[in-house]
Design a protein. Structure first.
Length: 76
C-alpha cells in the first residue's frame, strides 16, 4: 500500500547572526525547525540537526538537501 501525497512546506530563514563573511540559516519543515546551516566565507558549510548531529557540505544547497533527506529518513 502506498501513502498518499503529503503537502510539505519548507522554509529557509536567516538568523540575526548573519553578517558579512558569515552565513547562518535555519531550515523549517511545516513550521518545525529541523536544523541549522553555518558557513564562514570560503569554507565548507556546517550542518547541525536538531538532534545535535553535525556534518559538512560543499554548498548551502547541498546542506539544505542533506537536512531534508535526514528529516525524511527519520521523521516522516
Amino acid at each position: 500500500m502506498s501513502k498518499g501525497n503529503k503537502k510539505v512546506q519548507v522554509e529557509v530563514k536567516e538568523t540575526p547572526n548573519n553578517r558579512e563573511g558569515f552565513t547562518e540559516l535555519e531550515l523549517y519543515v511545516n513550521g518545525e525547525k529541523i536544523g541549522q546551516l553555518q558557513q564562514k566565507e570560503g569554507q565548507t558549510v556546517t550542518i547541525t540537526t536538531n538532534s545535535g548531529k553535525e556534518s559538512k557540505a560543499r554548498s548551502v544547497d547541498d546542506g539544505i538537501n542533506k537536512l531534508i533527506m535526514d528529516y525524511n529518513l527519520y521523521q516522516m
